[in-house]
Design a protein around this ligand. Structure first.
Ligand SMILES: [Zn+2]
Ligand SMILES: [Zn+2]
Length: 480
């Protein structure tokens, strides 16, 4: 890079949220901490100005075509911001991931495990014989079953993905199913069928169903609690048979053929047709969510669960914690034929290297199949951070919102290590935090409001203790 490369990101006259015409010079390619009491505007500066302008200008530089497909950030209220790199924010509250995201998918570790179970596993032939691992599988060549001679086409990594062809057919790869809650169908057993005991019949406009049930021999004028099991079974699960009934309406008496729709079917059919949130909520009160009985929550189809490495299948390995997977994976090569061990060691090495930052950030206790939506905000932010380091970007401004939240003190070094890695690749890191242990490690401090005593003796703070009222930015010649 030439010597004219800017050293600072210059903000002039920022008036975002509670900032009142703030000026700041934020050193680039450094670790910059922003400290200050609540309400001092540190998040406004970091996210409202630095991140907002960095991401907005990056998006503006893209083609119109691409831009139309992205959410546009509004222009920040600021006189000028110069030399702002493309910015990525790793927020304290990252968006909640979808139902198809797990710790294993978002960390990308599952990609490596799928490759291992595709290439290194013992597979099952079409006639159900278990075939020991061979180099043919590793080379993606079809081979003949040694027992029956049938061709075996081992699954590719994609076939082991619950977001693709490896999904459990019952739950479509989300691990949970919604079943009809019988207790919700008839919440008041003292009511008769004629008196509206079956709530979904009433709610979804199937008012002639009690008349049809009567044709099946069900008593419709006694309380639900007094019906026999056989009668209840017809109401809940009876066949879709046509019955001839007489209906009285304003226009007179009609003889009509009606098809019986039992109470459970009324709900499942309504669920299929529910195309709005409102309709979904109406039918949702009759449904109960539970672990999928077919895949037992593993999200995988029987075929995707068939390959085994040692005694374990993919579902069993992803149910392990990251720490346990890392303890298991180095032993895999030793269980395989000699000609497969190099590939096994290489895949194991990739997995261990990808996992290193996650462990240093204290996430080794998480199971790989843990649903993304159930991770805490701090866990999600740290998983994002580990991914950012792996992507090896350069020239990006990373804005971190309270990265120490929920972090065990033992993992502060891991967090600092990740931030140092981002800097080493030529990125800039700005973080907002309260944690003195982390703020002390910053190359530069921007202090909003009074200086914290615990920070006053740090080199970065001492250099600029004068700038109490505004944003604190040390001159370049005092850089550490
Ligand atoms: Zn066979
Ligand atoms: Zn399932």
């Amino acid at each position: 890079m030439s010597s004219t490369q800017p050293d600072c990101l210059r903000v002039r006259g920022a008036r975002v949220h509670n900032l009142r015409g703030v000026d700041a010079d934020v050193p680039l390619r450094s670790l910059v901490g922003i400290a200050g009491v609540s309400g001092s505007g540190k998040s406004s500066l970091a996210l409202g100005v630095l991140y907002a302008e960095g991401s907005r200008r990056y998006i503006e530089a893209l083609s119109t075509y691409t831009r139309r497909r992205m959410a546009q950030a509004p222009r920040a209220a600021v006189d000028s911001v110069e030399h702002v790199p493309a910015a990525l924010a790793l927020r304290q509250r990252p968006g909640v991931p979808g139902v198809r995201s797990t710790f294993g998918t978002s960390s990308e570790l599952l990609n490596v495990l799928r490759l291992m179970f595709s290439r290194l596993a013992s597979h099952v032939c079409p006639n159900g014989h278990r075939v020991p691992p061979t180099i043919d599988v590793a080379a993606e060549v079809a081979f003949a079953c040694p027992v029956c001679g049938e061709q075996v086409h081992p699954p590719g990594a994609e076939d082991l993905s619950f977001n693709s062809t490896g999904a459990c057919p019952r739950c479509q790869g989300i691990g949970v199913v919604r079943t009809v809650d019988d207790a919700a169908l008839v919440p008041d057993p003292s009511k008769t069928l004629e008196g509206g005991a079956v709530v979904p019949w009433r709610m979804f406009g199937f008012n002639v169903q009690p008349d049809i049930a009567r044709e099946f021999g069900v008593r419709t004028d006694v309380p639900w609690s007094e019906l026999t099991d056989a009668e209840r079974e017809i109401v809940l699960d009876g066949p879709e048979e046509k019955k001839h009934i007489t209906v009285t309406s304003k226009k007179g008496v009609h003889d009509l053929d009606f098809t019986f729709r039992n109470a459970r079917l009324t709900v499942t059919e309504e669920l299929k047709r529910a195309d709005t949130d409102k309709r979904l909520a109406r039918v949702g009160r009759f449904l109960r969510e539970g672990t999928c009985p077919d895949c037992r929550g593993s999200r995988l189809s029987p075929a995707a669960r068939a390959p085994r490495i040692g005694e374990r299948n993919l579902a069993e390995v992803t149910a392990m914690t990251l720490d346990d997977v890392l303890a298991w994976v180095p032993g895999v090569a030793g269980t395989l034929p000699a000609d497969m061990r190099d590939m096994a060691r290489s895949l194991a090495g990739t997995l261990v290297e990808m996992a290193r930052r996650l462990v240093e950030l204290g996430l080794g206790y998480l199971a790989l199949d843990r649903a993304g939506a159930t991770l805490s905000t701090g866990e999600r932010q740290r998983a994002q951070l580990a991914r950012a380091v792996r992507n090896r970007t350069t020239g990006v401004l990373y804005v971190l919102d309270e990265p120490s939240i929920g972090l065990h003190p033992a993992n502060v070094d891991g967090l600092l290590g990740v931030m140092r890695d981002l800097l080493a690749d030529g990125n800039s890191v700005v973080f907002v935090d309260h944690d003195v242990q982390i703020l002390r490690e910053a190359d530069w401090l921007i202090q909003r409001g009074p200086v914290d005593d615990a920070l006053a003796e740090t080199a970065a703070a001492a250099a600029c203790a004068a700038a109490l009222s505004g944003v604190f930015a040390p001159p370049a010649d005092q850089a550490p």
